[in-house]
Design a protein around this ligand. Structure first.
Ligand code: PDD
Length: 278
């Protein structure tokens, strides 16, 4: 484990954040989670683009140019010696006495990063997981990867209390995404997922499945809204996220998805994604 804070490496858990940091008081900041695999940042440029997009939307000035950000990621991998893990990066708006409105000119963003190894056996996820459904109670700009994750943490906690891996969220009857992931459904061999508008996070794993993995596997894909009934009649369902990759859902609200086993399309896509990762 290696931790970075505002220009230097610090002890993990070091107390260096001001109590007046807007990230601490308001959750006023953005973040990224990037997978480190075989000693390299997987799909780094995608994460970088999304980070800068989030910062533009939030009106947080970019202090570190893309080349330096990439170099910092590489240094963290090298210095930590971690070859299989992930990097968490968080940038908050900065420090000032609590006041809702911010003065961009007076603020210096706070940057926190760490690299940690992945200890759990992720291959087990390939056997499929249980999920529950919950209402999507988030704001209307979840395409921005902000630190304000209250509805997500409440949903994820509810799911884990029910021994489920995560929650599938529904807004006005439409399946949007997961509490910490995107959601795909398979019906009659065709792959469906919610369009990448402001009601879902445009996940990098989702993007790679849409643009690379599904086309290579010869699986047709439709980005469109689908409802609860469609989900209940789906042959296969899966989550996607940076850490777990493609995660088959074999039970939703105690009902088996399809025949209750990991389906052939999900398996094919998991194989394709693994090839991309390696
Ligand atoms: N979560 N949707 C939500 C709400 C998410 O929080 C995430 C990722 C995704 C998937 O995005 P990606 O494929 O880029 O990881 C979708 C990260 C891992 C987290 O919050 O820790």
């Amino acid at each position: 484990e290696l931790t970075y804070f505002n220009g230097e490496f610090v002890e993990p858990g070091a107390k260096c954040v001001s109590l007046d940091d807007r990230g601490y008081c308001f959750g006023d900041g953005v973040y990224e989670v990037t997978r480190v695999f075989n000693g390299r940042c997987f799909a780094f440029s995608y994460h970088q683009d999304r980070l800068y997009r989030s910062m533009r939307f939030m009106d947080i000035p970019v202090k570190m140019p893309p080349e330096d950000l990439q170099e910092l990621h590489e240094i963290m991998i090298e210095q930590s010696g971690i070859t299989d893990g992930y990097i968490y990066l968080q940038i908050t708006r900065g420090v000032e006495p609590r006041h809702h409105a911010y003065d961009r000119a007076k603020l210096e963003p706070t940057m926190y990063m760490y690299i940690r190894p992945i200890k759990e056996d992720l291959s087990k996820l390939g056997d499929g997981v249980k999920a529950i459904s919950l209402p999507d109670e988030r704001w209307h700009h979840v395409d921005i990867k902000t630190l304000n994750l209250i509805p997500n943490i409440l949903a994820q906690t509810k799911a884990e209390k029910k021994f489920a891996y995560s929650a599938v969220l529904f807004r006005d009857g439409i399946c949007t995404e997961g509490a910490t992931s995107n959601v795909f459904a398979v019906k009659d061999g065709i792959l469906y997922t919610h369009p990448a508008d402001e009601l879902i996070l445009k996940g990098i794993t989702r993007q790679l499945v849409v643009t690379r993995v599904a086309p290579t596997a010869g699986v047709s894909l439709i980005e469109k809204e689908f409802d609860r009934e469609f989900v209940d009649n789906a042959d296969e369902l899966f989550f996607t996220d940076t850490i777990g990759g493609i995660i088959p859902i074999i039970k939703l609200d105690r009902q088996p998805v399809g025949n209750g086993n990991v389906g052939p399309v999900t398996m094919k896509l998991r194989d394709g994604y693994e090839k991309l990762l390696a």
